[in-house]
Design a protein around this ligand. Structure first.
Ligand code: EPZ
Length: 431
């Protein structure tokens, strides 16, 4: 158990490379189960979530090799159809094994993912998807038991839930449908770039998927899929997080290996709040600098291409030191405000009420021992600590290690004064 010691007040400068997308990698790694031929996937970030997924795949019987950012997976035969609670409980995103396991083995047993601190994480839409394709679903002992002895049959499924589309639900339906008999039409599909990246990966394997990135995806079932090579897209949330760092406390920060198209909503928000954001190098690099007169802002999270829920905590850290009153509403995960109580320990002035945070900018934050609670909340605390007066200790760093590759090394390379140390008090804190 580590903690991060952050000495605030040092202006960031220079440049860094953004890693491959964690949220594109996870379903793509799971999709490797759909073929018995080897697949090679590059730019898979070395973070605990992708490592959990690789552990689960090898537990299922796959042979997995990782050399730096490239992963080689072969699921020749003898793949088990049930994943262990021990592994799955560590990562809610394991639910994206459901589609490929069912498509490949006609049945699967998957522990129901628990909830998490950002709120309840239901799977009713995932169940709706596979039931529509003809699977039988039973919930017993905390597990989903799913069977399709006669295989899956394509149909039209509307995947819209009360809180809009579902990213991993769309992924699961795509992966279940690629080997189904006939054609599947996914209505109210998620349009995230990570869904498009999965569709591109599946099409390289011989799938026939059209319309990924739009509200309607059509999957023509095929007999089998073959191996392929693929490089995952840049991580737009890591890029967005460092863009906010550039706007909060830098002499100007350059981020390479980004994709301008995926960063539109974040870019527009930072420009609206008076900061400098300039893309170059065909949109694969971006330069960010604090504005001379930063302005408060109003955020309503929305499914892509709207403002991402995964970026609202980071923007809240920026709003905490932006003059005026800013408002952040998260209609996708209305409970996703754990970072606010920790930011208030650092002097932020935030009021949270039913899915909305009202932030009154203060002149500056001050260091305090704080506790990470979930991946993006932890990122918000790092941003606040970089701008705060004094030395902040951020406990439970494992939350950050889930989704940010080599965060401390990257921060050090752009002039931050940070140090990762063992969290000796962790015992007491955990207790
Ligand atoms: C993906 O989670 C991301 N994770 C999340 O990023 C991201 O916050 C989320 O999409 C929304 O963009 C990965 O891609 C691994 P959803 P996912 O299903 O697919 C409700 C991060 O920080 N819903 O799109 O699990 C749900 O409660 C993580 O990297 C149902 O009601 O999210 C939510 O309100 C955190 N029933 C909304 O839909 C269901 O069956 C969107 O959730 C499924 C979801």
């Amino acid at each position: 158990m580590d903690k991060l010691i952050v000495e605030g007040g040092y202006k960031l400068k220079g440049s860094l490379n953004i890693s491959g997308s964690k949220n594109a990698s996870l379903p793509i790694l799971a999709a490797s189960l759909l073929t018995d031929e080897p697949v090679r996937i590059s730019r898979v970030p070395d973070v605990s979530d992708t490592n959990y997924m690789l552990q689960i795949l090898s537990q299922l019987g796959a042979s997995v090799e990782r050399s730096s950012g490239t992963v080689r997976i072969e699921n020749a035969d003898g793949i088990s159809s049930s994943a262990s609670y021990e592994q799955v409980r560590k990562m809610r995103a394991s639910i994206c094994l459901l589609g490929p396991m069912l498509a490949r083995m006609k049945r699967c047993t998957l522990p129901l993912p628990g909830g998490c601190v950002i709120g309840d994480r239901p799977v009713d839409l995932h169940v709706r998807a596979v039931q529509a394709l003809g699977a039988r679903v039973r919930v017993k002992g905390g597990n989903l038991h799913i069977e399709a002895p006669n295989g899956l049959v394509g149909t039209t499924v509307d995947m819209r839930g009360d809180n809009g589309p579902t990213v991993l639900g769309t992924d699961n339906l795509m992966m279940a449908a690629v080997l189904a008999r006939g054609t599947t039409v996914i209505e109210s599909a998620a349009r995230e770039p990570e869904v498009v990246d999965l569709a591109n990966f599946l099409n390289k394997m011989g799938a026939r998927i059209e319309g990924a990135g739009s509200r309607t995806i059509t999957v023509h079932g095929v007999e089998s899929l073959h191996g392929c090579e693929h490089t995952v897209i840049p991580d737009r949330i890591e890029a967005g997080t460092f863009m906010v760092a550039g706007a909060m406390i830098s002499e100007g920060l350059t981020l390479n290996r980004v994709c301008r198209e995926h960063l539109k909503a974040i870019t527009e928000m930072l420009l609206e709040c008076g900061h400098k954001v300039e893309f170059f190098n065909d949109g694969e690099s971006v330069f960010v600098q604090p504005g001379a007169n930063p302005r408060s802002g109003k955020i309503n999270t929305a499914p892509y291409p709207g403002f991402p829920t995964d970026m609202q905590a980071q923007m809240t850290a920026l709003f905490a030191i932006t003059p005026g009153i800013s408002v952040v509403r998260d209609s996708i995960f209305p409970q996703r405000f754990m970072h606010c109580s920790e930011l208030k320990r650092m002097g932020a002035n935030i009021r949270v009420d039913s899915g909305t945070a009202v932030i009154t900018g203060v002149d500056g934050l001050s260091a305090a021992p704080v506790m990470a609670s979930d991946l993006r909340a932890s990122a918000a605390l790092v941003l606040a600590a970089l701008a705060a007066e004094g030395t902040t200790e951020i406990h439970r760093l494992y939350h950050i290690d889930r989704g940010y590759e080599m965060l401390d090394e990257k921060l050090l390379s752009i002039g931050a004064h940070v140090k990762r140390v063992p969290d000796v008090e962790a015992g007491s804190v955990e207790a």
